[in-house]
Design a protein around this ligand. Structure first.
Ligand SMILES: [Zn+2]
Length: 220
């Protein structure tokens, strides 16, 4: 299926969702139509936002990314560090898809993203493929003590990493991580942290050459 056809499907789906939502306010309580990509859902009112996120991702135009935002470019894979409103909007869109696939995940909204997180986005050819969020733990001592590791004042923490399903299993997650580590000036041998990684993330990290420098932590 080409891009234009997929966009058409999502626009139709969005119209259907809006109709159902009106019905819902009138007391209707049937099954909500499932996302053409993600499948069925129980999340009701915010689901329209999720569908709009798909549309934003489908309509992504790499030409609109500020030239200075690109930090990595090799073969078909490129990474940009978000700086402009447009670039953050794309990360928000990816985050919305991630969020609705992982209902327990905390939703990150834009003002918070900008203040606390360094946000990196992976582009394969001309398609958005995924993102990662990092921040610096300024009081790393306390978490390192909890895990019995040598103390250091600061540490970079990978808070979220997400690849759209069609881009998984090709080493792209590592490209996204390596580009960010370099941009964040994490040197080989430096310890860095990952907050509450899921199983997919853990299996990615366990295959890395620097796995001895990675510490999975939970702040909760
Ligand atoms: Zn979806």
């Amino acid at each position: 299926m080409n891009k234009a056809e997929t966009i058409k499907i999502f626009l139709e789906y969005l119209r259907e969702l809006r109709k159902r939502r009106e019905d819902w306010f009138q007391g209707w309580s049937g099954r909500w139509p499932s996302c053409p990509v993600c499948g069925p859902t129980d999340v009701l009112l915010e689901y329209e936002e999720h569908v709009k996120a798909h549309l934003k991702i489908l309509r992504f135009n790499p030409g609109k990314v500020t030239p200075s935002s690109w930090i990595f470019n090799q073969d078909d894979a490129r990474v940009f560090k978000a700086a402009s409103t447009y670039e953050y909007t794309l990360i928000d869109a990816l985050n919305a898809i991630f969020f609705y696939n992982q209902p327990v995940n905390r939703r990150l909204r834009t003002p918070c993203l900008r203040r606390w997180f360094k946000a990196y986005t992976l582009v394969l050819r001309d398609d958005l493929a995924g993102y990662s969020l990092w921040n610096q733990d300024e009081e790393a001592d306390s978490i390192l003590r909890k895990y019995g590791r040598p103390l250091q004042e600061k540490a970079m923490v990978l808070r979220q990493i997400y690849l759209l399903p069609e881009f998984r299993g090709r080493g792209l997650g590592n490209i996204l991580i390596d580009a960010a580590l370099e941009n964040l000036k994490v040197k080989p041998g430096d310890l860095w942290l990952v907050e509450s990684p899921n199983q997919a993330c853990l299996s990615l990290l366990n295959k890395r050459a620097d796995r001895g420098n990675i510490l999975a932590v939970s702040y909760w």
